[in-house]
Design a protein around this ligand. Structure first.
Ligand code: KIV
Length: 273
């Protein structure tokens, strides 16, 4: 029986996302940090894969995103890139790799693009990073912005609570979003802010706004893969929906394997040479 080869999936680009916003089609985005999971979520049809600096928490067990290095981000990003055929792959500039000045930001972005093969970078901040955004884009590298709860500033905030609840901070966020769009960002992540504010920002911008804990009135959603798969059972903020309980499934599978080894149930006659 001959099998018709499936048509190669059309790659998602920054222009695809722009078109999706124009036709009101929601954008799906998840994090990934390794080859195996990136291959599954790309095959499942995710639009955007973020190699987030949340790798610092999820993969390395750090309390914050601050310790992860540029070299480590490039390692994760190149593993993801080798797996992906369709999704747009965006990589976080880690803490300390861009805040110094726009030349440092450009050099870090170039390293990510050159050494991992990623398609775009993301950085945190508003007005203060606009010069860097422009310089990175002038080198041909697409940039995604990130406002609201920006985890690299956790020690400034002192807490992971909802941001931009007060008028002053909300007004600044609206202004920063506009400035990031003017600087040339192709999309913006809004993290953990009131839904009403996020809806207003998404409606006022031409570029797609992807929310995490920012309600349903934005152009797309992003979650940390390990949280939504239930691999990480200790993190359950209100905005997070758990689609699987992989912690329990993996735990049970491993427990069964241990029992089978100890009782000589594994391997059986068919599982040996
Ligand atoms: O690093 C990350 O996972 C992120 C998402 C939470 C947006 O920046």
């Amino acid at each position: 029986m001959s099998v018709t080869p499936s048509r190669p999936a059309k790659r998602v680009t920054v222009h695809t996302l722009e078109e999706m916003k124009q036709r009101n089609e929601k954008i799906s985005m998840l994090t990934a940090y390794d080859f195996s999971l990136a291959r599954i979520i790309d095959d499942a049809g995710i639009d955007v894969i973020l190699v987030g600096d949340s790798a610092s928490n999820v993969m390395a067990g750090h309390e914050t995103t601050l310790p992860i290095t540029l070299d480590q981000m490039i390692y994760h990003a190149s593993s993801v890139i080798r797996a992906v055929k369709r999704a747009l792959v965006v990589v976080d500039l880690p803490f300390g790799s861009y805040q110094g000045n726009s030349k440092e930001a450009l050099n870090s972005s170039i390293r990510i693009m050159k050494e991992s093969g990623a398609h775009a970078i993301k950085l945190e901040g508003g007005e203060e990073v606009c010069e860097s955004v422009k310089r990175i884009i002038s080198a041909g590298v697409p940039v995604m912005g990130h406002l609201g709860l920006t985890p690299q500033s956790i020690y400034k905030f002192g807490t992971y609570a909802v941001r931009a609840v007060e008028k002053e901070e909300a007004d600044k966020l609206v202004r920063d979003a506009q400035l990031l769009q003017e600087a040339g960002c192709f999309a913006l992540v809004l993290e953990k802010i009131p839904a009403e504010l996020a809806t207003k920002v998404a409606a006022s911008l031409k570029i797609p706004v992807i929310g995490i804990g920012a309600g349903a009135g934005v152009d797309g959603q992003v979650l940390v893969l390990h949280d939504m798969l239930g691999i990480n059972k200790d993190f359950s903020p209100r905005f997070m929906r758990r689609y699987l309980n992989l912690y329990q499934s993996i735990h049970d599978g491993v427990h069964q394997y241990i029992n089978d080894v100890k009782s000589s149930e594994f391997p059986n006659e068919n599982e040996q040479y």
